[in-house]
Design a protein. Structure first.
Length: 265
């Protein structure tokens, strides 16, 4: 019988079964980790986690030791600290910042906003924003400060200088019944915040009869019929122009800013 031809022998010589040697070497290098390696890794991760928990909760390195306060103007830092009532020498990570914020705003009505944060490794930081008095309401010989949202937040025995007095004299109009004292007070304070700065400084009081009947009394016996707080920017511009054109006038009407009026008594 004739043996395989030269061509057949050459073909068989070039035929390989399975991957090339280089690929085999690569595959041999990608062996899965052994049981001992997995055990060592698991133990290391567990120890690291336990150490982190101990560092945050059990050690004395990351504990609340002081309370830092910023942003106060009328209040003192100690008043804010007392209201915050932070439990010192407790793990910093366990301090309830939401509860601190609630206590500060609940106990100090002058505070409009407070940001509470952890300053590692030992400090609780409180940044407060105090309410600014825009008007004052007198009741029973006491003076209540009112902020830009109409909130009464402080009671004084004497009237604060430079803050206009809010005189509530609501009529029996539907708007007065609809908005009520709180809504009318909020609208009056809204008017105060719209005034040009110079006019605001000269404003002594605001008389509120209804939502769209708010009158300002200024120094020198001058008065301004403002109406409601709507179109406040246009009214402020009209008032500025009138006062510049007629500095001798003592009554200005900007209820309709497109057709303002001025008079002299």
């Amino acid at each position: 019988m004739a043996g395989p031809s030269t061509a057949e022998r050459g073909a068989r010589g070039t035929t390989r079964s399975g991957p090339p040697p280089r690929l085999l070497r690569v595959r041999r290098g990608l062996r899965p980790p052994g049981r001992r390696t997995l055990l060592v890794t698991a133990v290391a991760v567990t120890l690291l986690g336990a150490g982190a928990v101990w560092l945050l909760y059990g050690s004395s390195w990351l504990r609340a030791e002081r309370v830092r306060v910023a942003g106060t103007t009328v209040l003192t830092a100690d008043e804010v600290r007392d209201a915050a009532d932070v439990s010192l020498n407790t793990p910093l990570v366990a301090v309830d910042t939401g509860a601190i914020e609630h206590r500060v705003r609940e106990r100090l009505k002058r505070i409009a906003k407070v940001d509470v944060s952890r300053s590692w490794p030992h400090t609780i930081s409180l940044v407060v924003t105090e309410r600014r008095p825009e008007a004052i309401v007198e009741e029973g010989g006491k003076f209540h400060e009112v902020d830009a949202t109409g909130v009464r937040f402080s009671t004084l025995s004497e009237r604060r200088k430079g803050v206009p007095l809010l005189e509530m004299e609501p009529d029996r109009s539907p708007s007065s019944r609809h908005f009520g004292p709180t809504g009318l007070r909020r609208e009056a304070v809204r008017v105060v915040t719209q005034l040009p700065e110079k006019v605001r400084q000269d404003t002594r009081s605001l008389r509120v009869r209804s939502y769209d009947s708010i009158t300002l009394e200024l120094t020198g016996g001058r008065t301004i019929a403002w109406g409601s707080g709507e179109r406040g920017e246009a009214k402020a511009k009209a008032l500025t122009a009138l006062m510049k054109a007629r500095p001798d006038a003592d009554h200005f009407d900007v209820q309709a800013p497109s057709a303002p009026a001025v008079s002299r008594s």
